[in-house]
Ligand binder design. Structure first.
Ligand SMILES: [Zn+2]
Length: 78
């Protein structure tokens, strides 16, 4: 099999650069191809992507949902 140019280890090593779009097109394409074939690496990528979205969202949200729900519950229980 000559199609797999990079290994899982290399994908993991480059995952953060991949998510930050810091890779050259060739490396990025190789990782894309690996992710389509490798479920383990794909799951890891999905996990990291969601984690980053959560961190980004919590950084910009002024009133977290949990706090708002608590306030609404307090108001409702008067
Ligand atoms: Zn893999």
């Amino acid at each position: 099999m000559s199609e797999d140019i990079i290994s899982c280890e290399e994908v993991i090593e480059r995952l953060f650069a991949y998510l930050d779009s810091e890779l050259d097109d060739l490396t990025r394409a190789e990782i894309d191809r690996h992710l389509r074939r490798c479920h383990d690496c794909f799951s890891r990528k999905e996990f990291e992507t969601r984690l980053r979205e959560k961190i980004a969202a919590s950084g910009t949200e002024k009133a977290p949902d949990r706090l708002r729900q608590r306030v609404e519950a307090l108001l409702g229980n008067r």
